[in-house]
Design a protein around this ligand. Structure first.
Ligand code: HEC
Length: 237
């Protein structure tokens, strides 16, 4: 072995992945805003991505309550710890090619260290900062939809301007009537129908309207179950 390689090995220059410098957790909490739209820290609260509660020493792709793991993540054989999470957050596609997390990574090692310090504590049972864990419940649905970020709003209790009482369809237009008596017209391509069967979803028979996008021309109507959808829309001009 030549001397240069020896020195590199001894100083760890060839092993950047093994080093995961944990940084400043409060700075890391701010960086977590990049993850919060997709990941909750509450146990089994799954969104686009799986809950990150109890993440350390968990096998990748193995949270039983999450139904949308890629084959790549499930078969990676990786266990999450300081080093593997550092690599994952640096470049997810490099660590596990073919995974389906729509996130390109945090390139800056310092920011990654801060994020890891925050996550390592906040993913322990009961340690998630309430401001993050419950954010979805605190803000109104229309508001959250407009801001386009953060956790999903809880739709079990609705303000009257969120609770849909009737939907009609005429030519290319949906008309949505809410419990406050207001009527809003949408071009049919701007209104989406969704479901949420979880604890965050609406009550049976009480679909919710949530703004989508910044312009105020788009919205989602979220139902408690798929079979509610077509019955809720009456053709009427
Ligand atoms: C746009 C949504 C999105 C964003 C943003 C996002 N993730 Fe993910 N994440 C996912 C999805 C989806 C998966 C599952 C990927 C798969 O199955 O291949 C995932 C998987 C993971 C996993 C593996 C969990 C497990 O159970 O094995 C970790 C850890 C993770 N993400 C951490 C983060 C962190 C930390 C951030 C912020 C720096 C982040 N993610 C940003 C959607 C996202």
């Amino acid at each position: 072995m030549n001397r240069l390689i020896m020195i590199a090995l001894v100083t760890g220059a060839f092993l950047p992945s093994a080093q995961a410098q944990l940084g400043d957790a409060s700075r890391g909490q701010r960086s977590f805003q990049a993850c919060a739209p997709c990941h909750s820290l509450e146990p089994d609260r799954n969104m686009t991505g799986p809950s990150l509660a109890d993440l350390w020493n968990r096998k990748a792709g193995m949270l039983p309550s999450f139904s949308r793991y890629s084959q790549a993540l499930k078969s990676s054989g990786i266990t999450w710890d300081d080093a593997t999470l550092n690599e994952w957050l640096r470049d997810p596609q490099h660590l596990i090619p073919g995974n389906t997390m729509p996130f390109s990574g945090v390139k800056d090692a310092g920011r990654r260290g801060d994020l890891l310090a925050f996550l390592k504590d906040a993913t322990q049972p009961g340690h998630a900062p309430p401001s993050i864990a419950q954010r979805g419940n605190q803000m109104g649905g229309m508001m959250m939809g407009m801001m386009g970020g953060g956790a999903v709003p809880n739709l079990k209790k609705l303000e009257s301007d969120q609770r849909v009482t009737a939907i009609t369809h005429c030519r290319d237009t949906y008309r949505v009537i809410t419990a406050d008596g207001k009527t809003r017209d949408f071009w049919e391509r701007n209104l989406r129908f969704k479901t949420d069967v979880s604890d965050d979803g609406p009550q049976k028979g009480a679909p919710a309207i949530v703004a989508a996008g910044m312009m105020g021309d788009r919205a989602d109507v979220i139902f408690a179950a798929p079979e509610e959808i077509s019955g809720a829309i009456s053709p009427q001009c």
